[in-house]
Design a protein around this ligand. Structure first.
Ligand code: COS
Length: 388
């Protein structure tokens, strides 16, 4: 039997995350958006209540939440503010390659660091000339004795300016395309520079930086999985984290729907609240269906992971559909608000700016469609790389 009912524990977790989003995120979200303020205080509180690093296994000091529990939290964070939600969820992305490919010692050290105090880590894959085309990266890691030396720049790095360590992808064999990439844990030191903080259209509370590694040395033990297995490690990581991105998008779409419902009941035109007009009802009906459908795809993509099954296709379905649903819902919420929707004094223009990023980061809407097309036409037998 398929049952979409949450257990009492899952409901309690969802309520806790909703309560956090209501009390700690919503009251500051629009102000932080305006100023582009990194939400240090909110992040500290999120760490304290255990909704940051929720997926880190218990043996490394984390709450050990399942993937499904993780997305229940992330939908609420996205509902509160996707910029702040992205900042909270960022450690999960950086930690995932360590969880999958780190040695026991590496996991203890670096996953442990994140759970011992409110520290931040960033996932460094994208480069100025290597976005969707991961294998076009130019950052190099050269083995010298018992060390690797890294050189190169990574851009659009979430929490980059505040991270204590980075999970970095670099070429260990320049001529081997995707088979010449390796992944490393790189602690921040003086050779790591923060070159640029981006001034973004939306999700302005999240920090997005360019990070450069200048002759940065790491012990060979910081290699994740095997040498030249980094591309697959990145893909396996993204399969596991895209359900969380989809959940944040569901949260944005739900917020847009709620604002649109509320406003349509207050705003009177032609002598009745605009919610009485079929033109508005149909917009709201489509938003509501999209929220439900996006959530079900998201739940499925996370549940497959918890069952130990491949979710490459499901996570791309979820990420693509939920991101597009968030963009459409936010745009339609602006439409329901009419002229007021376009004004910063009202809440929905922020949602429209925020939603746009959901169609771009962790794999654009087009990359998701590419994965869906490939997986549908030629189902994959791709294997995740193992730990060292
Ligand atoms: N899990 C495990 N292995 C995978 C995989 C997955 N989900 N997807 C691909 N692979 C493997 C393939 O099986 C292939 O293995 P072999 O070397 O054994 O042949 C290898 O990886 C290369 O795969 P592919 O040929 O599909 O690579 P492409 O260069 O065509 O890239 C896309 C595939 C475009 C899907 C990938 O580069 C991608 O996801 N890009 C977007 C990156 C992204 O999301 N960036 C956002 C920044 S992170 S915030």
């Amino acid at each position: 039997m398929v049952d979409f009912t949450l257990t009492d524990e899952q409901k309690a977790l969802q309520e806790m995350a909703h309560d956090f989003a209501t009390k700690e995120i919503r009251p500051v979200a629009w102000e932080y958006d305006k100023e582009g303020t990194w939400p240090a205080e909110v992040l500290k509180k999120a760490w304290e209540v255990g909704i940051m690093n929720s997926g880190i296994p218990e043996q490394y000091g984390g709450p050990g939440a399942s993937h499904f529990e993780g997305i229940l939290i992330e939908e609420e964070l996205g509902w509160g503010c996707s910029g702040i939600g992205t900042s909270i969820a960022c450690n999960g992305l950086a930690a995932m390659p360590i969880t999958i490919g780190g040695s026991e010692e590496t996991k203890k050290k670096y996953l442990g660091m994140l759970t011992e105090e409110p520290l931040f880590a960033s996932f460094c894959l994208t480069e100025p000339d290597a976005g969707s085309d991961v294998s076009g990266m130019r950052t190099t890691a050269v083995r010298k004795g018992d060390k690797y030396v890294l050189n190169g720049s990574k851009c659009f790095i979430t929490n980059g300016a505040y991270a204590s360590f980075y999970t970095v992808y670099a070429k260990t064999d320049k001529d081997a395309g995707h088979r010449g990439i390796s992944a490393f844990v790189v602690p921040r030191d003086d050779t790591v520079t923060v070159d640029k903080k981006e001034d973004k259209m939306g999700q302005r509370a999240s920090n997005t930086a360019t990070i450069t590694f200048n002759e940065t040395e790491v012990p060979a033990a910081n290699l994740l999985a095997q040498e030249n297995a980094g591309f697959k490690l990145a893909m396996t990581t993204l399969d596991r984290t895209r359900p969380g991105v989809a959940a944040i998008a569901v949260g944005i779409a739900r917020a847009a729907l709620e604002f649109a419902i509320e406003y349509s009941k207050e705003r009177v035109q032609f002598g009745v609240p605009i919610a009485m007009h079929q033109a508005i009802q149909f917009i709201i009906a489509d938003m509501a269906t999209d929220v439900e459908a996006a959530r079900l795809l998201t739940w499925q993509s996370a549940s497959l992971l918890d069952q130990g099954r491949s979710n490459t296709l499901a996570s791309s379905h979820a990420k693509r559909f939920a991101a597009d649903a968030a963009m459409k819902a936010a745009t339609d919420a602006v439409q329901v608000y009419g002229g007021y929707g376009y004004i910063k004094e009202y809440p929905v223009e922020k949602l429209m700016r925020d939603a746009k990023l959901m169609q771009i980061y962790e794999g654009t809407a087009q990359i998701q469609r590419l994965v869906i097309a490939r997986e549908t036409l030629m189902p994959s037998r791709a294997q995740a790389p193992s730990a060292k």
